[in-house]
Design a binder for this molecule. Sequence first.
Ligand SMILES: CC(C)=CCC/C(C)=C/CC/C(C)=C/CC/C(C)=C/[C@@H]1[C@@H](COP(=O)(O)OP(=O)(O)O)[C@]1(C)CC/C=C(\C)CC/C=C(\C)CCC=C(C)C
Ligand SMILES: [Mn+2]
Length: 309
Amino acid sequence: MLQISKSPCMRSLTSVEDSYELCRKITAQYAKTFYLGTLLMPEEKRRAIWAIYAWCRRTDELVDGKEAAGTTPETLDRWEQQLESVFRGDPVDDTDVALVDTLSSFPLDIQPFRDMVAGQRMDLYRSRYETFEELYLYCYRVAGTVGLMSTAVMGVDCSRNTAPWNQACEPYLPIEEAIALGIANQLTNILRDVGEDARRGRIYLPQAELALFNYTEQDLMNGVVDERWREFMRFQIQRARKFFTQAEKGVRWLIPDARWPVWSALMLYAQILDAIERNQYDVFTQRAYVSTSRKLVSLPVAYLRSQVL
Ligand SMILES: CC(C)=CCC/C(C)=C/CC/C(C)=C/CC/C(C)=C/[C@@H]1[C@@H](COP(=O)(O)OP(=O)(O)O)[C@]1(C)CC/C=C(\C)CC/C=C(\C)CCC=C(C)C
Ligand SMILES: [Mn+2]
């Protein structure tokens, strides 16, 4: 389902409806949290997010998934050419059909999509990051871009601008806040998956910061959980939460029907950090997750926040 075509498609492509259903299945299969968030959206926006999710997931799977062993820079070149075809209105395979339809309804720019491909390219040739600034660029490319794509679909609320001089309804664009949610999600993802990534030879955590806490790469490869590691993780979690807090200030600028789903997705992902703390920062032998009951409890809280914050 997630493979990219090796040769130009000779058969007729699936219908728009069936393509959105394919994207829905991919979203439901790979991302329970985001899928739950999309179910709180109006139909047209929900389908558009599924189409974007499917493209993002396929892009990530090229470097992270089962087919990653065969992925080369040329693979990503071909994937970017397929993206350009989609933005010209020419779908190449079945999930492209939904994205072409989405592009006809929402003002999506190709650049965030290109930037995500550039982020996946980094995973091809890079397995260490020296500083947080270097890691931030990676996080922007693979996750901050998702915030920009999602915001273009969800829409910004003009009515919140009550300034008398702003009769042209130039809404405040929560660009930085949308990016911040992507960064926060990615940092959380990195902290959750430290063990899994290390087993694949990848350490996203900044080397300079590991050294600051006298925690060596060998300690990490051995899954050592001691006071050095807990102090290091407290620092990392505190920073991730700062990005969540910045993102929270942006939700109010979205069109009302987008606020509950975004608050939901934000809170559910941020709770992974709480789970890491409950696990005493042992991300090597325990996978931090949010239980279904906790997720369900968050939904009404997210709804209330979407109404008042
Ligand atoms: C409810 C809603 C609008 C969700 C957005 C859904 C969407 C389009 C998600 C795409 C995520 C994705 C697959 C991106 C590809 C690269 C990647 C994998 C990024 C990391 C995601 C983690 O995915 P997962 O949990 O499945 O982890 P594994 O791959 O299994 O390790 C990321 C952590 C990035 C996720 C980033 C976002 C969802 C951006 C969220 C930002 C917004 C919705 C903007 C909100 C706007 C304002 C103003 C705050
Ligand atoms: Mn991934």
